[in-house]
Design a protein around this ligand. Structure first.
Ligand SMILES: NC(=O)c1ccc[n+]([C@@H]2O[C@H](COP(=O)([O-])OP(=O)(O)OC[C@H]3O[C@@H](n4cnc5c(N)ncnc54)[C@H](OP(=O)(O)O)[C@@H]3O)[C@@H](O)[C@H]2O)c1
Length: 247
């Protein structure tokens, strides 16, 4: 039997999720974007994925309510800083999952955390099976963990890509061409991601660093400029914002 899925909000994440799910022949996808209000899939949906920006949630949910959400449907929101309590009160729906994925899922390398509310054990099993089709994931009991996950892995790809962008600019600043800089950063970035799976982070850094050498010279600057504190502050700020949005 087909699993019917409606994705509300066909932007970056909505498209990425649709692309991932479309590889599975057991899934039938309906997508709803702002200008294409075909909500014909709503009533028969096993899952409705809310993938609009938090500021568009009120509109999107009120449109959903006009069509009426089937009691058996599971409403799965991926909106950052949007608490289950608010989803309950806006939708009046009982079966809710709040999930924080990341864009890695578009590459088959996503990671997500999710929290359920109002689901039976059978429905929880169904949700697990469904989320497994989208991304690697784990369930959490405390909703605030979702805000923490948002600050680490939800926003995280942007942090790493920002670093890659700075390295790219530094490379051009040294006089390397755009093409050379791009391939150097890209390969280094990819290799570092794979290497980081192999052992402890500090052990890996030691492997690359020799006393009095070039890496050590660069790392000394990072240390002097409190790079660790910058990361800590940035992550805390993202977490704080997720909590503020949750209010
Ligand atoms: N991007 C990420 O890496 C990421 C990661 C984890 C979680 N999230 C969460 O995922 C959600 C979507 O993020 P995104 O980056 O994919 O945003 P996005 O690219 O702006 O996509 C949202 C889409 O929803 C459409 N939309 C707005 N109001 C609507 C309505 N009433 N009915 C149907 N569609 C509507 C928007 O259309 P218009 O553009 O025409 O307004 C847009 O196409 C956010 O809540 C975010 O917190 C994002």
């Amino acid at each position: 039997m087909k699993i019917n899925v409606t994705i509300i909000g066909y932007g970056t994440m909505g498209k990425a999720i649709a692309k991932t799910l479309s590889k599975d022949s057991s899934i039938k996808i309906f997508t709803v974007d702002i200008d294409k209000k075909d909500l014909s899939g709503i009533k028969k949906s096993d899952f409705i994925i809310l993938a609009v920006k938090p500021q568009d949630a009120i509109n999107a949910i009120s449109e959903l309510k006009k069509y009426g959400i089937n009691k058996k449907t599971i409403l799965l929101s991926i909106m950052a800083g949007f608490p289950i309590k608010k989803l309950f009160s806006l939708s009046g729906h009982k079966k809710i999952v709040r999930m924080m994925p990341n864009l890695g899922l578009s590459m088959g390398l996503g990671i997500a955390a999710w929290k359920k509310e109002g689901l039976s054990s059978l429905e929880t099993k169904k949700v697990k099976g469904f989320i497994n089709k989208i991304t690697e994931n784990f369930e959490v009991k405390d909703e605030d963990v979702i805000n923490k996950v948002t600050a680490i892995s939800g926003s995280g790809p942007a942090y790493f890509i920002l670093l890659a962008d700075y390295l790219f600019k530094a490379s051009k600043n040294l006089g390397l061409t755009l093409k050379e800089s791009k391939i150097l950063v890209e390969k280094t970035f990819l290799a570092s991601a794979l290497l980081s799976k192999e052992s402890d982070y500090s052990m890996l850094i030691n492997k690359i660093t020799s006393k009095g050498g070039t890496t050590e010279a660069a790392l000394k600057v990072f240390k002097k400029k409190n790079f660790d504190k910058t990361i800590l502050e940035a992550v805390n700020s993202a977490y704080k914002r997720a909590k503020e949005l949750s209010k």
